[in-house]
Design a protein around this ligand. Structure first.
Ligand code: HEC
Ligand code: HEC
Ligand code: HEC
Length: 126
């Protein structure tokens, strides 16, 4: 009896672990936006390593499709300042504000070329 309850618990735990492992697959390579301006970096690794869960962004903020957001006309700084997209967190409380540290997000054309050539992008000041 106790054993059966235990194994059921173990099974549920296993299923959950497998579920989490499957859910945890995100693209390794950073996404680099090119519209309206070229060279804006988003790295899943940098964010997930900070302990953010998938649901924090993949609820209403972002679809699970790279560069989908840049199809929207309002994917611009003004929207970020109003708390949309990246600005939901990059507001100076959860993460550095969108009106600061421009070059941390804007790696530019050169930064993008460095990424593609495989070398690590220059570390920006923290
Ligand atoms: C800090 C925000 C954030 C977190 C946390 C996050 N994502 Fe994403 N994810 C994004 C953004 C932004 C995009 C690109 C959407 C766009 O450009 O419109 C994206 C795109 C994706 C894509 C599509 C990639 C492609 O090449 O089309 C997958 C798959 C994905 N995310 C999975 C995950 C999983 C799994 C997790 C949790 C482990 C996760 N994401 C956590 C922001 C996030
Ligand atoms: C769910 C909250 C959240 C969203 C949405 C989010 N970020 Fe972040 N981001 C963070 C946090 C937290 C950090 C780390 C803390 C900090 O640096 O202030 C971070 C750090 C970063 C960094 C620095 C990474 C590094 O290597 O140090 C960049 C660049 C960045 N975000 C870009 C973006 C861009 C571009 C978007 C939108 C496409 C975005 N973020 C959306 C929470 C978020
Ligand atoms: C948290 C990341 C982040 C930070 C910080 C950031 N940007 Fe942006 N920026 C974006 C994203 C995302 C876009 C839209 C995607 C694209 O254009 O590639 C964008 C687009 C832009 C655009 C073109 C659209 C528009 O609003 O006119 C300009 C110009 C711009 N940023 C300037 C700046 C300046 C100046 C700063 C610093 C004061 C800054 N950005 C800081 C993420 C950021």
């Amino acid at each position: 009896m106790t054993l059966r309850i235990f194994s059921l618990t173990a099974l549920v735990a296993l299923a959950m672990t497998v579920g989490i492992a499957l859910a945890a697959s995100y693209p390794e390579a950073p996404i680099v936006y090119d519209k309206p301006v070229r060279g804006v970096i988003f790295s899943h690794k940098a964010h997930v390593d900070k302990g953010l869960s998938c649901e924090m962004c993949h609820n209403r903020l972002f679809e699970m499709q790279a560069k989908k957001a840049q199809e929207n006309k309002d994917f611009v700084m003004e929207a970020l300042y109003q708390g949309k997209y990246c600005g939901a967190c990059h507001n100076g409380s959860l993460a550095f504000a969108s009106n600061t540290r421009c070059a941390t997000c804007h790696i530019g054309v050169k930064g993008e070329e460095r990424l593609k050539s495989g070398s690590t992008p220059a570390k920006k000041g923290h």
